[in-house]
Design a protein around this ligand. Sequence first.
Ligand code: AMP
Ligand code: GLY
Length: 423
Amino acid sequence: MKIAIIGSGGREHALADKIADCKSLDELFIIPGNPGTRKLGKNIRISPDDHEAILRFCLEHGIELVVIGPEKPLAEGLADILRKNGINVFGPSKQAAKIEGEKSFAKKLMKEFGIPTAGFEIFDKNNYDMAIKYLHKISYPTVIKADGIAAGKGVIIAEDLEDAKEAIKECFINSSFGTAGDKIVIEEFMTGQEASVFAITDGTEFILLPAAQDHKRIYDGDKGKNTGGMGAYAPTPFVSEKDYELISQKIVEPTLRGMREKGTPFVGCLYCGLMMTNQGPKVVEYNCRFGDPETQVVLPLLDGDFLELLYSSACGKLSKSVIYNNGASVCVVAASGGYPDKYLSGFEIYGLEKKNDFVKIYHAGTKEIDGKIMTNGGRVLNITSIIRNNDLKEAKRIAYNALNKINFEGIQYRKDISDKALI
Ligand code: AMP
Ligand code: GLY
């Protein structure tokens, strides 16, 4: 099979790595890819924003499956254009991608189909006074979310009424989140451990992959600003066998049914961001794609034919061709100094060649110049350990050992990835 992966981050490197191992693969293209994916297939210099050029490339090269990594091309309808031209796509249509891009859409869907999530109300810019009135009726902390995609910054946890009023002002009056904040969701604050569960689906049938836990904040102990993710591990012990059943029955099945009934069936990877509360798993958010960096720790835990899983899902006849291999994986993100605020790029990365069988180094923000690998982004590398037994402590040790051999100017990383599971 000839496959094209769209994207250039650590998630896409991990996808390429897994697909490159599959027997049915003939040729792999990554559009545009990164210096890591170049070793696994051909990087093609086309921007993920240039849908016409991607379509032309796929038609000219007889691509049989396109796997779309990031949310932006999905939200902008890349899957629709490709499908209209007869190309199989792993990833949802523009309409179905709203499950991530419009929080109010997702919340209404959950309410209508009885899917467990935080209680909520939706307000738009014209209801400023009503939103303020509502703030007087609720308990604190509360959560205020911009409706649209706000680069991971659109969620405000308000400790008290004053905080909440300020947050609403930021959205409606100061337009701090642009048009993404013209509508807001005010929701109940939930407590518990967070987990990310991927459901791979053809729109009806689905399979759950092992649950991961992300680390979104920049500093140890979940302190500091939110980032794109500073590390992850899988499987997480906070999701039990019983929880997987509940997630299947009470969350994924009704979500997919709801999407079908709305005429926008969801095909691809439904990412369920969950809070494991003492009343069971509840949805914090959905994403319409594989998570980053969770993908880096989930895919290595799958035995079987991963490409068959993606292809069969894209073709509407899911084949549950993978199983959990009883392993464990820890991924630590090495980031540029200053990230998630301003940072410098262009520093040479040392120590990349010193690897062993239990370590994969996925490239996220790198660039090759004259044969040297340089930093080229906020999140630079994903140092990932993979072992065949479920021993997170050992997986953590191996990941940090590997990380110690790597260096670039300003390198920063969290030292506590997976610790929540180890205490
Ligand atoms: P989101 O962008 O919706 O994933 O939210 C970002 C982060 O905010 C989540 O990973 C949670 O840590 C936190 N969060 C969002 N919604 C809630 C909620 N209702 N209760 C508690 N924490 C939340
Ligand atoms: N790790 C969070 C995300 O992919 O959105």
